[in-house]
Design a protein around this ligand. Structure first.
Ligand SMILES: C=C(OP(=O)(O)O)C(=O)O
Length: 488
């Protein structure tokens, strides 16, 4: 592009004139410096380099942090987990060894970003998210995100998205809404995890999460207040019923409790419960004690892929002693879910069957008992979503995906099918709060970001509190419309 073309493209001749007029009006003592400052701000931002480093995520595992530099500022992002997919070797390795494998993967991703990704993105306009994401994907196409790793790619994409928002001088959620083609005024209902089980905790509970949804709150701030009160009542109930050993994560993250274990334990990983209804009973008791009966609903993430053996579901997969009666068929599981939906205010079930069990997921969805959200089943993969939409295999999307553009595409796909959209964190996430802005920008209606405790979870909820404050009377809490907010 010639200098003349560049000036014309960015309307710089007019901006030079404006800068000169402003210098005259301000009686600038040094007009050249004044005009230069003006023009630096008026010049379009371009990416000048991309830098990556290794950090630790919420599991204390190696993760990749990325900085996108423009001629104006530096924008930082990170995503949970190592740079590359963990692969069978890492999955099978003992924890300490796994850390080494993940560190090597993260180091590889850092090298690729500093070298190849930086070179590919230099000179690009940070507002052109789709082009940036395409350039990242093109680098890794042949390897299906194996070279960079999905999480490292996501970190680059998010950092670029933040740079795009800064260049437009709008909040991040507004920039995302522009990319989606929506207005950004809907605050999501938080699905707040209050009990962890499955592979995420050391108790006997087979399912991964029990969550509360304060749908009866008047706004997001009240929703978080209701959620955190209930969470702390739950702690008291657990202490009364099972004793202090049951709250087994200390304030400072030590996994077996420390002197501070009476306060603010991150997740309620008590050792003594085994059944889903036992967990739900505790949460219902906490909701009642907090005085929010009827205003808080329940959700579960079964993460059933983790305990599907052959075609059966081992509800005692973490127990040494097993009984045949707790080895359930998929049809038994449908019975269990139907029973739970009739006995509790259970409004959402995530990943109720194995990742490839399309048939039973469809059977459950068709019963219309509650929202059925696909996580492993869909893998945020447009082809799998298309099939699920056609076959009505589920009716909500859990969104965890490779680049911002891909996330937006699958959200649109889900919206077009009139599905619910749940923007989700990763377990052991980093302190990046991007998904809060994504949930508002994409008008998802639902966000799942963990307990009302621990920095990596709170950073998302706190960002939503800021956004609600910023939107003022324009902000609308999804509340009872949490399933349909994304489709309006
Ligand atoms: C948050 C989740 O956990 P993970 O990051 O382990 O998939 C989930 O399964 O929804």
């Amino acid at each position: 592009m010639s200098v003349q073309e560049y000036l014309e493209k960015h309307l710089l001749s007019r901006k030079i004139e404006e800068a000169v007029n402003a210098a005259v009006r301000a009686k600038a003592p040094d007009p050249v410096l004044f005009i230069a400052g003006h023009m630096r701000r008026a010049a379009p931002a371009v990416i000048t380099r991309v830098r990556a480093r290794q950090i630790l995520d919420g599991h204390g595992a190696p993760a990749v942090e990325v900085e996108v530099h423009t001629n104006k500022a530096v924008h930082r992002a990170s995503a949970a987990g190592a740079g590359a997919p963990e692969g069978a070797a890492a999955e099978a390795a003992p924890d300490a060894e796994r850390r080494k494998i993940l560190a090597r993967a993260a180091a590889d991703a850092v090298r690729v970003i500093n070298d190849k990704v930086s070179e590919a993105l230099v000179g690009m306009d940070p507002q052109q998210q789709a082009q940036i994401d395409q350039a990242i994907m093109d680098l890794d196409k042949a390897r299906h995100k194996a070279e960079l790793g999905a999480n490292a790619m996501l970190a680059v994409s998010i950092a670029a998205c933040k740079a795009g928002a800064a260049e437009k001088e709008v909040p991040l959620y507004k920039h995302i809404a522009d990319l989606v083609g929506k207005s950004a005024t809907t605050l999501p209902v938080p699905l707040i995890t209050v009990i962890n089980g499955g592979k995420h905790a050391g108790n006997g509970l087979p399912i991964q999460e029990i969550m509360i949804l304060p749908v009866g709150a008047k706004n997001f701030e009240e929703a978080m207040q209701m959620g955190s009160e209930t969470y702390h009542h739950l702690k008291d109930i657990i202490l009364e019923k099972y004793g202090s050993d049951s709250c087994n994560i200390g304030d400072h993250g030590f996994p077996f409790g420390d002197l501070h274990m009476d306060f603010n334990m991150p997740y309620l990983c008590y050792l003594s419960i085994f059944s889903i209804s036992e967990g739900l009973d505790l949460v219902i008791a906490a909701i009642e004690r907090a005085g929010y009966n009827g205003r808080i609903k329940l959700a579960i993430d079964v993460a059933a892929t983790d305990f599907c053996i052959g075609k059966k579901y081992d509800l005692e997969f973490k127990l040494a002693k097993k009984s045949e009666q707790n080895f359930k068929t998929a049809d038994d599981m449908i019975e269990i879910y139907s029973q739970l939906c009739s006995e509790y205010p259970l409004v959402s079930i995530e990943q109720p069957f194995d990742k490839d069990d399309w048939e039973h997921s469809k059977k459950l969805t068709t019963l219309e008992l509650c929202q059925v959200a696909g996580d492993d089943l869909l893998m945020s993969d447009p082809e799998r979503i298309k099939r699920a939409v056609n076959e009505y295999t589920c009716n909500a999307l859990v969104n965890q995906v490779g680049t911002v553009t891909e996330a937006i595409e699958v959200v649109k796909q889900a919206k077009d099918a009139h599905w619910g959209v749940m923007v989700s964190h990763r377990s052991g996430d980093t302190e990046d709060s991007f998904i809060a802005d994504l949930a508002v920008g994409a008008a998802a209606g639902q966000i799942k970001a963990g307990a009302p405790c621990r920095g990596e979870c709170l950073t998302k909820y706190n960002q939503l509190l800021r956004i609600e404050g910023e939107l003022g009377s324009e902000g609308l809490y999804a509340g009872e419309n949490w399933r349909t907010a994304s489709t309006s």
